[in-house]
Design a protein around this ligand. Structure first.
Ligand SMILES: [Zn+2]
Length: 339
């Protein structure tokens, strides 16, 4: 049984190593810039840990406790392949934290939750999601933080099909499990990165935009972990502000710090969140739809209702792509301060 576990860890790590290496070598510079948020060295650090762990498996030293030289618990190793101290040597505080991580891992593996549309006072909300295959790698959700403020998330797994879909539902469960205990988007994403980075089943990465919106103050506090920058359109100045990445994508960087930013909304302002299936559509001349065209559409349609805005973007993207079938999932969420 132990051998089986080590074999699974080895396969998981080799797959992860290959995917990250491939991403670093082949992803277009613009995509790397967004996903890595200038933290390429931390991704290399992560690769180095994977490499060292694979060597340890070869030598038979992975999971050997540095204190007593026995083997660390299988459950612990399953969750974090770098675990090098058995439970016996943990302090009460450390053990409590670990238990909550283990609990989270069990909750995450269990549940599949339905999507909800929220009612937020003074805010018009619309959303749209169309997977390119039966199960998509895109995801959006609404939830509540401990202080009752509204949570909003949009995410994109770097893959498609059943595996990506399952990862999305586990992400949704993780966020919904953690949100009632915190008011901090950064804390949620830091915990999720810590939980996923050493999880052997997690063989790819996820871009996530996670925000907290307070309808009383109209303030939005967010972390953008390598996700396409949402477009905030200010009605008064008629300008668009891109909410650029403040952290690398989840699952890529070993040492992950999620920087939070806060922005204020005014009456009539709109926010459009989207996945790369919207901007990375190509026309017959192989031109990309891109952010500029999206910005233009937001300007043109921001004063209409949010469902109208989403419809207009969808129509434009589809026409631009020559009405060919979608190659990627398309997901959008629009918010508008309606008073
Ligand atoms: Zn020990």
């Amino acid at each position: 049984m132990v051998t089986e576990l080590y074999q699974r860890i080895q396969e998981g790590l080799e797959e992860k190593q290959q995917e990250i290496t491939e991403f670093l070598q082949t992803a277009p510079e613009t995509e790397k810039e967004v996903c890595l948020c200038n933290e390429e060295n931390k991704v290399e650090e992560h690769l180095h840990i994977i490499e060292t762990s694979l060597e340890k498996i070869e030598e038979g030293t992975l999971g050997v406790c540095v204190v007593c030289h026995g083997y660390v618990d299988a459950q612990l190793l399953e969750m974090d392949y770098t675990a090098a101290v058995c439970l016996d040597h943990y302090s009460d505080e450390e053990r409590r934290r670990l238990e909550s991580e283990l609990e989270l891992s069990q909750v995450v593996q269990r549940a599949l939750l339905p999507q909800h549309m929220p009612t937020i006072r003074g805010v018009e909300v619309a959303a749209f999601s169309r997977p390119s295959e039966i199960i998509g790698g895109d995801y959006f959700d609404f939830f509540q933080f401990r202080d009752g403020t509204h949570g909003l998330v949009i995410a994109d797994v770097s893959g498609h099909g059943v595996a990506a879909g399952m990862l999305m539902s586990s992400l949704q469960t993780a966020i919904r499990t953690m949100a009632p205990d915190t008011d901090s988007p950064a804390e949620i994403l830091e915990r999720i990165n810590r939980f996923y980075i050493h999880n052997i089943h997690f063989t790819t990465f996820v871009t996530v935009f996670l925000a907290r919106f307070d309808p009383a103050t109209l303030m939005l506090t967010y972390v953008n972990a390598g996700h396409n920058p949402p477009a905030l359109r200010c009605r008064e100045s008629s300008t668009i502000h891109w909410l650029k990445p403040t952290a690398p994508a989840i699952g890529l960087a070993e040492d992950f710090h999620a920087r939070m930013e806060t922005i204020g909304f005014s009456q009539g302002d709109s926010l459009l969140l989207y996945t790369d299936g919207v901007t990375e559509v190509y026309n017959l001349s192989n031109e990309e739809f891109g952010q500029e065209r999206l910005a233009e559409l937001v300007h043109q349609h921001a004063d209409r209702t949010t469902p109208d805005l989403l419809q207009a973007v969808l129509r434009a993207v589809s026409t631009f792509g020559g009405d060919r079938p979608l190659v990627d999932d398309v997901t959008m969420v629009a918010l508008k301060i309606s008073g």
